[in-house]
Design a protein around this ligand. Structure first.
Ligand SMILES: O=C(O)CCC(=O)C(=O)O
Ligand SMILES: [Fe+2]
Length: 740
C-alpha cells in the first residue's frame, strides 16, 4: 500500500517534470522563427533596470526559448547530416573520399542551419560572455525578481529554485529561497527545476524504484533514461562541433594540417568532456560510471522479471565498459548457461563505446604527437572500478545510489540442475580458489623477506619494488670534468667518454655522449612517433613490460619498407640505418672485438600512461640480461627462448623529456642497483649481453622516453638477415632516386 502510494507520487512527479521538458520542446517544434536570443535578453535586461517587470519577463522568457531553439537547431542539423557519408557511397574508394565526405557534410550543415536560423552566420554572432551567462542560468536571477515584483510567486519560486540548484552557497539567492519558504502561499511543488535534464531525473527515479525492488516499474524507466542519455550525448556533441578556439601554443600557426589537427583535437576533447557533463546533475554532483550503471541495474531487474536473454544482453553491455568486472563476468557465465550465449550486447552501446574508444586513441596519439600535457580525465571517461571502490560514496553523494546487485550468490536458488552438479561445481571452485590462494601466498612470501640490515631480497626479479640501491650506487647524469680512463678507443673526436666499466660498478660496459646530434634525435623520435604506433611494437603487445606504460617500436626493416612506399622520407630511413652502424662500430672498437654483427635494432618509445606515477612500484623494464633467462634464485639460464647468440647490447638515447626512466645496472645477485644512468639525446650505454650485465629501466612516471636499442652478436652466421635486405633496398632506392 505504502509502496503503491510512493509509486504514484513518483509517477506524478515524473509527469510534472516531463511536461515541463515537453512544453519547452513544444515551443521549439511550433513554427517559431529564430531570433538571436542575446537580443531578447538584452532588451529584457534593459526593461528590468527600468522597473518594467512585464516586459522584462516577456523578453527574458523569450530569450530562454530562443536559446533552446539555438541549441536544438544545431542539434537537429547535426543529426540530419550525421550520415551524409551514404550520399558519397560510390566514391568510397577514391583517394578524396574522406575530403568529399567532409565537404558534403559541410554543405548539408550549411543548408540545414540556413533553413533553421534564416542565416547560418547568426550562430557565430553570439558572444562568449552571453553564452556563459546562459550556461550558468543567469536569466533566472532576473526572472525570479521580476516575477516577484508582479506578484507571480509560483513562477518566482520556480525560477529562484532553478538558479539556486546550480549556485548553492550564493547568499543573495539563498536569502530569496529562505524568504519564499516562509510564505504561506508557497507549496512544496513550486520548488522544481525548470532546466531539469530528463536523463538524470528519470534515472534517479528509476534507481529509487529499483531500490524498492519494484523491478517491473524500474525497467521502462531505465530504458527511457537510456534513450534520454543518448539524446543528451548527441546534443552535447553537436555543440562541440562549434567554433574553433585557438588556445594551444603549438598549432597556432596558419598551416593547413596543424589547424585541422588542432580543430579536431578540440572537438574530440569537447566530445569526451560530454561523458562527464551528461553524468552531472543540476547541482554539480557527478554520478560516477553513469552510463554503465544503467546496464548494471537493468541486467538484474530484467533477470528478476524472468527475461534471461535480455538480462544477458544487458550484462554483456556492462562488460563493454568494464570487461574485467568479476561480478558481471560471473553473471554472464551463469546467464549464458540458460539461454543462447550468442546473445549480443546492445548495439547502441556497442557503437557508442566504439566511438569513445576511437576518440580516446586519437587523443592519446595527438597528445603524444604534439607533446601536450595529457588530460588524463578525458582518457578514462568511465570509472575505474578497481580504484574507486572506496571513493564511490563521494561521487554518489546527493543521489540515492548504491552499487546494484549481482545475481543470486546462493546457487541453490536457480542455477543448478541437480544436486550432483552443484556438488561438483562447489568442489571445483573450492580447489580453484585454494590453488589461487596458495599461489598468491607463495608469491608474497617470495617478494619481501626482510633482512636484519634492512636490505630487501629479490627473489622474483620482475618485481621492481623489491630492488634497493646498493651503498655504492652511482648515478650518472653529466660527463665528469676528468675524462675516465678509457678501456678502448673512441672513434670520433667529438664523442665523450662519460663512464667506463669501473665507474659503472661492473664489467664490460661504458657510456659515451655526443654520438648523434639533437637534429638526428628529433628526426628519429619523429619517425618513431609517426610510424611506430602502427609499426611493429613488441610482439604486438602494447604494454609488454608494465601496465603503466605503452610501448611502441619500429625496426630498421619496417622503416626501410615504409621508405619504399614513400610513407617516410628516404633520408630518415638512411639516418636510422647509419646511426645504428655508428653504434655498432663504436661498440666493436671499445671492446676490442675483431667483428661484431647486428642481431636486431629497435627504435622504441615508452610512454607513461595517465595512471603512471612516481609512486609506482614496478619497473618500466624488469631486471634482466639480454641473452639468458634470469631465475628467481639469481641464476641466468642460457637456453631458448632466450636470445643466446647475443653478445653485446647498446642503447642510444634520444631524449630526456620524461620523468623517471633511468637505466639501472644491478649487481650479480640481481638484488641491488649498482649504477644508474640518466638518458639524454646522443648518449649511448653499451654493455655485455650476459649475466655479468643485469640491467633494467626505472618506471617512466611522466612523458615519453625514446631510444634506439641494439643487440649484437660476434657470430657471423647469426647476423640479422632482414637488415641485409633492408640495406639492399635502401641502396636501390637511393640509386633510383639519383637516376631521376
Ligand atoms: O632502454 C633501456 O635503457 C634498456 C632496455 C633494455 O634493456 C632492453 O630492451 O633489453
Ligand atoms: Fe636489455
Amino acid at each position: 500500500m505504502i509502496q503503491n502510494k510512493k509509486k504514484m507520487l513518483i509517477e506524478s512527479v515524473i509527469c510534472c517534470i516531463l511536461s515541463i521538458i515537453i512544453a519547452a520542446n513544444r515551443i521549439q517544434a511550433t513554427s517559431v522563427t529564430y531570433q538571436p536570443f542575446e537580443e531578447n535578453f538584452e532588451t529584457g535586461v534593459t526593461a528590468y533596470w527600468n522597473n518594467d517587470w512585464e516586459n522584462a519577463i516577456v523578453e527574458i522568457e523569450k530569450s530562454l526559448v530562443m536559446h533552446r531553439l539555438f541549441e536544438s537547431g544545431i542539434y537537429d542539423c547535426y543529426m540530419k547530416c550525421k550520415d551524409t557519408r551514404n550520399i558519397e557511397n560510390t566514391d568510397r574508394h577514391s583517394q578524396f573520399a574522406d575530403i568529399k565526405f567532409i565537404i558534403s557534410k559541410a554543405s548539408c550543415s550549411r543548408s540545414c542551419l540556413d533553413e533553421i536560423f534564416g542565416d547560418a552566420r547568426l550562430i557565430t554572432q553570439v558572444s562568449e560572455h552571453i553564452k556563459h551567462l546562459f550556461h550558468i542560468k543567469r536569466p533566472y536571477v532576473y526572472l525570479q525578481f521580476a516575477y516577484f515584483q508582479v506578484g507571480n510567486i509560483e513562477q518566482a519560486v520556480k525560477t529562484a529554485h532553478t538558479y539556486w540548484l546550480r549556485h548553492v552557497g550564493d547568499d543573495v539567492i539563498e536569502d530569496s529561497i529562505e524568504y519564499y519558504r516562509n510564505l504561506t502561499e508557497v507549496k512544496p511543488e513550486f520548488f522544481i527545476d525548470l532546466e531539469a535534464s530528463e536523463h538524470i531525473y528519470v534515472y534517479d527515479t528509476a534507481v529509487e524504484i529499483y531500490l524498492d525492488e519494484d523491478y517491473e516499474a524500474a525497467i521502462p524507466l531505465f530504458m527511457r533514461a537510456l534513450e534520454a542519455y543518448y539524446t543528451a550525448s548527441d546534443k552535447c556533441n553537436a555543440l562541440c562541433e562549434g567554433e574553433h578556439v585557438f588556445d594551444y601554443d603549438y598549432p597556432d600557426v596558419p598551416e593547413f594540417h596543424m589547424q585541422t589537427a588542432d580543430h579536431y583535437i578540440q572537438v574530440t576533447e569537447c566530445s569526451l568532456e560530454c561523458v562527464k557533463k551528461i553524468a552531472t546533475d543540476s547541482s554539480g554532483v557527478h554520478i560516477s560510471d553513469f552510463l554503465p550503471l544503467h546496464y548494471h541495474y537493468l541486467q538484474f531487474a530484467i533477470y528478476k522479471e524472468g527475461n534471461i536473454s535480455a538480462a544477458l544482453s544487458n550484462a554483456k553491455t556492462y562488460l563493454l565498459f568494464h570487461p574485467e568486472d568479476e561480478v558481471m563476468v560471473n553473471n554472464v557465465n551463469l546467464l549464458s548457461k540458460k539461454v543462447d550465449s550468442k546473445t549480443e550486447a546492445i548495439p547502441e552501446a556497442v557503437l557508442y563505446k566504439k566511438r569513445i574508444d576511437g576518440q580516446i586513441a586519437l587523443l592519446r596519439y595527438s597528445y603524444q604527437a604534439f607533446g601536450y600535457e595529457y588530460r588524463t580525465n578525458l582518457l578514462t571517461p568511465f570509472a575505474d572500478l578497481t580504484e574507486n571502490e572506496d571513493g564511490i560514496d563521494e561521487f554518489f553523494s546527493g543521489h540515492t545510489l548504491q552499487k546494484p546487485n549481482i545475481l543470486p550468490s546462493n546457487p541453490e536458488e536457480q542455477f543448478y540442475q541437480s544436486p550432483d552438479e552443484k556438488q561438483k561445481d562447489i568442489i571445483e571452485k573450492k580447489s580453484m580458489e585454494e590453488h589461487i590462494l596458495n599461489e598468491l601466498e607463495e608469491q608474497r612470501s617470495q617478494q619481501k623477506v626482510a633482512k636484519p640490515d634492512n636490505d630487501v631480497d629479490v627473489s622474483n626479479v620482475s618485481l621492481g619494488e623489491a630492488l634497493v640501491d646498493s651503498k655504492d650506487m652511482v648515478t650518472i647524469r653529466d660527463a665528469a670534468n676528468e675524462t675516465p680512463t678509457a678501456e678502448g678507443n673512441l672513434l670520433f673526436e667529438d664523442y665523450v667518454l662519460v663512464a667506463n666499466s669501473t665507474q659503472l660498478n661492473g664489467q664490460e660496459r661504458f657510456l659515451v655522449d655526443n654520438l648523434i646530434t639533437q637534429n638526428d634525435c628529433d628526426d628519429l623520435i619523429n619517425l618513431e612517433l609517426s610510424r611506430g604506433l602502427f609499426g611493429d611494437g613488441y610482439q604486438d603487445k602494447k604494454y609488454p613490460h608494465t601496465e603503466y606504460e605503452s610501448f611502441q617500436g619500429i625496426s630498421i626493416y619496417t622503416a626501410v619498407e615504409l621508405a619504399k612506399k614513400s610513407e617516410i622520407p628516404l633520408r630518415i630511413a638512411r639516418l636510422y640505418f647509419d646511426t645504428s652502424e655508428k653504434v655498432r662500430a663504436q661498440v666493436q672498437e671499445y671492446f676490442h672485438l675483431p667483428n661484431l654483427y647486428f642481431d636486431y635494432t629497435h627504435l622504441v618509445c615508452r610512454t607513461a600512461l595517465p595512471k603512471s606515477s612516481s609512486e609506482r612500484e614496478d619497473l618500466s623494464h624488469p631486471v634482466h640480461a639480454d641473452n639468458c633467462l634470469l631465475q628467481d634464485n639469481g641464476e641466468c639460464l642460457k637456453k631458448p627462448p632466450a636470445y643466446v647468440w647475443r653478445d653485446y647490447s647498446a642503447i642510444l638515447y634520444l631524449n630526456n623529456k620524461f620523468e623517471g626512466g633511468n637505466l639501472i645496472f644491478v649487481d650479480s645477485t640481481a638484488k641491488r642497483i649498482s649504477a644508474q644512468v640518466e638518458p639524454k639525446c646522443g648518449r649511448m650505454a653499451a654493455f655485455c649481453a650476459g649475466k655479468e650485465c643485469f640491467h633494467g629501466v626505472k618506471p617512466v612516471s611522466k612523458g615519453q622516453r625514446c631510444a634506439m636499442a641494439l643487440w649484437f652478436t660476434t657470430k657471423k652466421e647469426k647476423q640479422e638477415v632482414q637488415r641485409q635486405i633492408a640495406e639492399e633496398t635502401l641502396a636501390s632506392l637511393e640509386n633510383s632516386k639519383d637516376e631521376l
